[in-house]
Write a protein that binds this ligand. Structure first.
Ligand code: ADP
Length: 251
């Protein structure tokens, strides 16, 4: 579903990722862990095309995301081609990023109507079903400002799912929440993981959640994969001292 091949990302002369290779299979859920600044969010933002790839390739279902290899040369795709692939990808952000001037249901239906060309009625019906799934159907016509952080985040999850993504990117989705609101959001995501075969790339400090939902954990340090394996292998029996120190630091 996702292939990183030789990926490099620099900001000016600061190289954040280099020579990065990994694959994510259909339905596979991979959690990225590692110290702050190790490049985890940058990886999600590259997949979402919110950052420009400075070297290498990202393939989505075997198709190039932003750059293709043609006649041995690396070429940037046209924006229209990129947009086609980006439709398959949804992202949920740490700070929700809801549209503040739109009702909850309009937040959820905006992209299905304007990007996928669905009818308003169809998008609303599906949107209400998704809001029901995240426990917020009765708040559909309110504005996000009236919701708690946990509720906003559940709307953001419904909004991402409304696009029927094949890939879901979760960037520290509980980090901005009061501790008592974290459980509801993670519960919704556990349900999504159980009931779909969406591939997920997850950045989180919630190690119990990582253990419960992921097939694989990758430990990053300085933009490189230091070690990877099952949640049990990496979170309970890490090989590297750096991983052990990291896991102790976030307890
Ligand atoms: P993590 O998610 O693991 O904390 P990030 O991917 O956010 O790490 O950041 C990796 C590195 O990239 C950091 O050194 C950060 O300062 C740098 N970085 C991220 N975004 C930008 C940006 N827009 N401009 C310059 N440097 C950036």
């Amino acid at each position: 579903m996702i292939r990183f091949e030789d990926v490099e990302k620099s900001f000016g002369d600061h190289t954040v990722l280099s020579d990065l290779h990994f694959d994510v299979a259909q339905g596979e859920r991979v959690t990225l862990i590692g110290p702050s600044g190790s490049g985890k969010t940058t990886i999600l933002r590259l997949v979402m095309t919110l950052e420009e790839l400075t070297g290498g390739y990202i393939w989505i279902e075997g198709k190039p995301l932003t750059h293709d290899r043609r006649d041995g040369k690396r070429v940037r795709l046209r924006e229209k081609e990129v947009a086609q692939t980006r439709k398959k990808i949804g992202m949920v952000f740490q700070h929700f990023n809801l549209f503040p001037n739109m009702s909850v249901i309009d937040n959820v239906t905006e992209a299905p109507v304007h990007v996928l060309g669905r009818s308003k009625d169809e998008a609303r019906e599906r949107g209400l079903a998704l809001l029901d799934q995240v426990g917020l159907k009765d708040r559909a016509d309110e504005h996000p400002s009236r919701l708690s952080g946990g509720q906003k985040q559940r709307v953001a999850i419904a909004r991402a799912l409304a696009m029927d993504p094949k890939i879901l990117l979760l960037d520290e989705v509980t980090s901005a929440l009061d501790p008592e609101l974290v459980g509801d959001v993670l519960g919704v995501l556990r349900d999504v993981a159980d009931s779909t075969d969406i591939s997920m790339l997850i950045v989180t400090h919630e190690m119990q959640f990582a253990r419960d939902v992921s097939h694989k954990v990758m430990m990053f340090d300085h933009g490189q994969i230091l070690e990877q394996g099952t949640p049990d292998a990496i979170l309970s029996n890490p090989e590297h001292e750096r991983t052990k120190r990291f896991l102790t630091s976030i307890l």
